[in-house]
Design a protein around this ligand. Sequence first.
Ligand code: GLU
Length: 469
Amino acid sequence: MTVRVRFAPSPTGMFHVGGARSALQNWIFAKQQGGVFVLRVEDTDAARNKPEWTEGILSALDWIGIARDTYEGPYFQSAYAGEHRAAAGRLYDAGRAYYCDCTREAVQARTGSQYQGYDGFCRDRGLPPGEGRALRFRTPDEGTTVVVDLIRGEPTFENKLIEDFVIARGDGSPVFLLANVVDDMTMGITHVIRAEEHLPNTPKQQLLWDALGVKPPVWAHVPVVVNEKRQKLSKRRDKVALEAYRDEGYLAAAMRNYLMLLGWAPSGDREIVPWSVIEEEFRLTEVNPSPAFFDEKKLRAFNGEYIRALPVDEFVAACQPWLTGTGTIAPPPWLPEEFDADAFAAVAPLAQTRIAVLSEIVPNVDFLFLAEPSIDEAAWAKAMKEGAADLLDAAVAGYTALESWDAESLKSTLEAVGAERGLKLGKAQAPVRVAVTGRTVGLPLFESLEVLGRERTLTRLRAARLRLV
Ligand code: GLU
């Protein structure tokens, strides 16, 4: 039997990193089993769906390495409404479901406000279908439902504790629980790999599979993803959109490697491994069922390592969207004609070792392209203390007299200027750096000055000096 898995996102918002993790796990599992990965967009909640969210999901999957020619679909759940209704009809005809006209208030009045479930009031009333009547599944009174889960063993649920749940609303429209099962059946899904949040739905869904006479799939509920406070990642509180990470300059390779480490690790204490190793070594059955901590700090450090490992020309190419402002990435502070590709190429290797995300390239190199440096006033106040004016005067004099404008000479000149004033190089550098780049930290100063050139360096040093008068 061919393994068929599916990823079934609802296009109701930005694409969540937890969703990307589940998608990758499904995709690798399918690949390992010689199976098929199906993409199904669960777009039945018309009020909350937007076509752009669907497009966002497809392009985010593509970015993370799930290319459009590697899966079946996308199918759209809304196209299967007929199948969903037919299944609801079959369950009713077989006596496995019944109509119910109870309001929530009526149920609560009967059961007391503590009890959240349904009390089975309409079970044996034999109500015919009718406007406003929901269709409820008649859960078995006895026995247990055993879920076979590749990660969690065999979670077992007492049937008598499962309420008679709604499968179609008062207007006849089937609910998620049923539509999701019917689609999985229609699409021949053999393994349902999805987030742990859905585990409470699983016994109900498995009962639906049984009632519809089809062997249920094997399940795998992958762990919930939490923040540093062990709270489930939420879009209101945490940065969860895959696109946000992409736009900040996380590399897809780093991101997908990191996502696969949520609840699993490759052999031999390694974390950064080629993707081919992950594809080979990943075992769904080895995924740790406990909540997985999404550690943004670690991801950043991880990304920095991936950036440093790039060949320089690939690094230069990877920076382009931030240097020009492409798509959803904000344009840089300089004008397009102010950008100088050669100057950038000259400093790129220096920047490559210093940034953790690609967007950080902009503040590191803006001094090269802006007509005037954008001065950070706090940095200015810190660097331009007593003696700064005198030091800048001496630097201007020394640099004006320089024969060769190279990093080595720029450094020894400033070293001498500092020494005459009893200053170590670090102290002597500070006013020069702020005058030229506007910041107290950045790329190695003398290489920066070499690339910036004599004229612009001197102009900036003089301008800073004038400000100190
Ligand atoms: N549309 C559901 C979700 O996004 C999918 C549930 C499932 O994978 O079964 O949570």
